[in-house]
Ligand binder design. Structure first.
Ligand SMILES: *[C@@H]1O[C@H](CO)[C@@H](O)[C@H](O)[C@H]1NC(C)=O
Length: 260
């Protein structure tokens, strides 16, 4: 059951999720539980602002992240919990996964004490790099200081799978706008599946969404990092919005981790 909620999660999780769904029954035919950019458009690292990083395990892309200072990366806890820092690398400055960019090792990572694999409560984590991430097309993004309301649009960028049926990541960076929805509407959509924890907000956009492999990626509002891609059921499914970790809820954890 571990993977049952790792929806927008590392790509290798998907197979397990599909198996679990086959065993448990799906909410509607052909649906997959997974992490997510479906729809949206291709873009470049410089166009989105240079903060978009990709996390690799033994060299393979599996999650996204955001550069908040030259030494620290914000991602999802489910992209870190159980992973060995020595096998992880972080790549910046690229638009295509096949480019070399700037690669840094992981010195250490931090996960909130209240994080749980089972509920994905406080699904946020901080990585300290072995050395500063600087170079061409690499910029930092500041932590959210602005308030949002339902109906506002935020932006997610990543290399996650581009169609629910795809299993391989997108080579070119993609970006999509997502529309925030009220928490009670989101909770109602997931009433048979989960209780949305207080650290989350929800968003959707018909036919567009974040998807598998986008996990850990930043959600941008007014040029600030306001959310982290966490999970969802299927991708771009009108019935099931994407669930994101709120940076407002995670701010004190992030800033204290950066002082350790
Ligand atoms: C989450 O799952 C991974 C893999 O099974 C495990 O190594 C890790 O300790 C778990 N984390 C928590 C917080 O339970």
């Amino acid at each position: 059951m571990r993977c049952f909620l790792c929806f927008r999660a590392p790509l290798h999780c998907i197979l397990l999720l599909v198996l679990q769904l086959l065993l448990l029954g799906t909410p509607s035919a052909g649906q997959k539980v997974q992490p997510r950019i479906v729809g949206g458009t291709t873009t470049t690292q410089s166009a989105v602002g240079g903060y978009v990083l990709n996390l690799r395990y033994d060299g393979s892309f599996y999650c996204g992240g955001s550069l908040v200072t030259s030494m620290y990366v914000v991602t999802a806890a489910h992209c870190l919990s159980g992973y060995k820092p020595g096998r992880m690398t972080v790549q910046g400055g690229v638009s295509k996964l096949t480019q070399s960019g700037v690669v840094r090792g992981v010195a250490k990572y931090f996960i909130p004490a209240s994080y749980r694999n089972s509920t994905l409560n406080m699904d946020v984590g901080v990585i300290r790099l072995q050395s500063a991430m600087t170079g061409n097309n690499i910029r930092t993004i500041s932590l959210c200081r602005v308030q949002w309301r339902s109906g506002d649009y935020m932006r997610v960028s990543g290399w996650g799978i581009t169609r629910t049926k795809n299993t391989s990541p997108s080579t070119q960076l993609r970006t999509v706008q997502i529309k925030l929805i009220r928490k009670n509407v989101c909770q109602a959509a997931y009433r048979y599946r989960d209780t949305l924890s207080g650290s989350t907000f929800c968003a959707r956009s018909a036919g567009k969404d974040s998807c598998s492999g986008d996990s850990g990626g930043g959600v941008i509002f007014k040029k600030q990092l306001c959310g982290v891609v966490s999970w969802g059921l299927g991708c771009a499914n009108a019935k099931y919005p994407g669930v994101y970790t709120s940076i407002h809820r995670a701010r004190s954890f992030i800033t204290s981790s950066m002082k350790k």
